[in-house]
Design a binder for this molecule. Structure first.
Ligand SMILES: Cc1cc2nc3c(=O)[nH]c(=O)nc-3n(C[C@H](O)[C@H](O)[C@H](O)COP(=O)(O)O)c2cc1C
Length: 185
């Protein structure tokens, strides 16, 4: 089972990217996590560009999604919602709707924030966006508030409750992947 990890942050020392690193240590048996780091290269979405070949970063994202059995997105919260760069990439990946690689793809959303609220709004918005696109969105949430206190200096996730919650969410992707395979068979 191949899980594509997408961080919604472009920041070098991003807590959300570190969450994906932690996820790679907590995978269900037989699963691998492959990170997609192309977010910064995705151009602003423009319907005019859809007539021509997809920009390289968009093509890479679509291919990475098509090769994945499931996706784990770790998103920051910016001003109460999803960071623009992440929404933009999802807009590209959602088109054309009928053939979007996100359709029916199991996706789990988690998020870290330096605030005490943990980015709950961004996670809720992201789940709504993904459902609108037609992804098989897990009804789970991992709220990592006060993120600076939960990682050590090397960026490793220390907080045991968070590690357990992350492991459970990764485990919850497995039946969704199976269900999707049954539908496709
Ligand atoms: C433009 C901007 C807006 C932000 N708005 C919120 C917010 O609405 N809620 C929140 O919990 N944190 C907010 N933050 C703080 C982020 O949670 C914090 O920067 C976090 O570390 C970003 O994730 P990262 O470490 O993965 O880059 C904001 C940060 C920025 C730069």
């Amino acid at each position: 089972m191949r899980i594509l990890g997408i961080s919604g942050s472009l920041r070098r020392d991003s807590f959300n990217t570190r969450l994906l690193d932690a996820a790679a240590e907590l995978l269900p048996e037989g699963a691998e996590l492959v990170r997609w780091d192309g977010l910064e290269a995705v151009p602003p979405f423009n319907e005019d560009l859809e007539a021509g070949p997809a920009p390289a970063a968009v093509a890479e994202l679509r291919d990475a999604l098509a090769d994945a059995d499931a996706v784990l997105i770790a998103t920051p919260e910016y001003n109460g919602s999803v960071p623009g760069q992440l929404k933009n990439a999802l807009d590209w990946a959602s088109r054309p709707h009928a053939t979007s690689p996100l359709r029916n793809l199991p996706v789990a959303v988690v998020g870290a924030s330096t605030s005490g609220f943990g980015g709950v709004w961004a996670q809720a918005d992201l789940r709504r966006i993904l459902a609108r696109i037609g992804a098989r969105v897990l009804d789970t949430e991992l709220v990592v508030g006060l993120a600076a206190s939960r990682f050590d200096e090397s960026g490793r996730l220390l907080d045991e409750d968070t590690r357990r919650g992350l492991g459970e969410i990764l485990g919850a992707l497995v039946p969704q992947v199976r269900a999707r395979e049954l539908v496709a068979a």
